[in-house]
Ligand binder design. Structure first.
Ligand SMILES: C[S@@+](CC[C@H](N)C(=O)[O-])C[C@H]1O[C@@H](n2cnc3c(N)ncnc32)[C@H](O)[C@@H]1O
Length: 337
């Protein structure tokens, strides 16, 4: 019964632990396995022979597909070299959706092109039944002028106030460099990377499974977004770190009734469908073309229980630029980019 494993981080070998998980029982599986690059994990030697590594990967990838529901999605994070083998195997048992290119410097591989991205393979268990939500990220702006970095030319009247739809190239999420945010683990992923994937393919109360939990980025992201998690991890210290972090998290990555992903104080991913409700929590210029020079502003102190405030209260709370003075916050858009 899947209920017995919900919201647990299980210590052990993922291939053993998978045996407990019924077929077609989870909504999303995500794996960030050891990359066979001799990383210093506590309990795992990260240096197998190539054929041995590939065979091992194919075994747990098949398990990921087996346990995923027909509506569910399968994500695999790795360097492109290994993803080419993963894709060849996955193409025989699931439906390809995307190769997401996550722009981030990776380990140099000798005298060749400098590696500039990690890949995240996105497969559907069954493309016809896949659950998928379009997502948006904030417009990129010039650091000083705050004007939009991209020139939309004559199409500024169609600008979406929040930002563009997310493509398969992700340049706005950075790897974790600062030690103060990191656990004692050699390759922890940023939380908002996982939150983006979860918002894109699951609903509240769905189940997200990660067979290589590490220090729990996937489980934490799932909990923050009101989803259930299951994590497998070989190392007991990493399990303990995860459990301690989970105790401090609440399912509250939300604005009003809408699940969103935050990075520091900024919302970095929303679902397209939610904008009609979310826009009530922002100051938004009335004319879409003004988005070119003025970013939308989130009300201060937003949390689950924050009621909508009147425009005059909001005006008192934060100094609004001129553009907003004559506008109300509830505005209809015809935007598409
Ligand atoms: C790349 S890390 C995952 C990091 C994780 N995404 C995070 O953000 O914390 C891979 C993890 O897989 C674990 N691991 C290696 N072999 C395993 C196995 N056979 N079963 C379960 N976990 C394993 C390692 O201990 C390591 O923590």
């Amino acid at each position: 019964m899947i209920e017995n494993y919900k919201n647990k981080i299980l210590q052990g070998d993922c291939l053993e632990l998978f045996k407990n998980i019924p077929d077609n029982s989870v909504d999303m599986t995500f794996a960030d396995p050891p990359f066979n690059l001799k990383k210093g994990y506590n309990s795992y030697k990260d240096s197998l022979q190539v054929q041995e590594y590939i065979k091992w990967c194919e075994t747990w990838i098949s398990e990921m597909v087996r346990v995923t529901k027909p509506t569910g999605s399968i994500f695999l994070h790795n360097i492109p070299k290994w993803l080419t083998f993963y894709a060849a195997h996955l193409n025989t048992i699931a439906d390809f959706k995307h190769w997401i290119s996550w722009d981030a410097p990776t380990a140099p591989m000798g005298k060749t092109l400098q590696p500039g991205h990690y890949g995240i393979l996105f497969y559907a268990k069954n493309a016809k039944e896949l659950k998928f939500y379009e997502i948006r990220y904030p417009h990129k702006r010039e650091r000083k002028s705050k004007y939009l970095a991209k020139d939309y030319g004559g199409k500024k009247g169609l600008l979406h106030p929040f930002g563009p739809l997310v493509s398969d190239v992700w340049t706005d999420i950075h790897r974790m460099k600062h030690n103060k945010y990191r656990d004692d683990h050699p390759c922890q992923l940023p939380l908002h990377l996982l939150e983006r994937l979860i918002l894109m393919t699951t609903d509240e109360n769905d189940i997200v499974l990660d067979p290589f939990n590490g220090t729990g980025t996937t489980a934490l992201a799932a909990k923050r977004l009101g989803r259930n998690y299951i994590g497998f991890e070989l190392d007991k210290d990493y399990v303990e770190i995860t459990e301690n972090k989970l105790l401090q998290e609440e399912p509250n990555s939300k604005i009003g009734d809408f699940w969103v992903s935050f990075y520091l104080d900024n919302v970095v991913t929303i679902r397209n469908n939610d904008w009609d409700g979310l826009k009530n929590y922002y100051y938004v210029p009335l004319k879409p073309e003004e988005i070119d020079k003025q970013q939308i502003i989130l009300q201060k102190n937003i949390s689950i229980s924050t009621p909508l405030k009147s425009f005059s209260d909001l005006k008192k709370e934060c100094k609004l630029p001129d553009l907003f003075e004559e506008y109300d916050t509830k505005i209809i858009y015809k935007s598409s980019i």
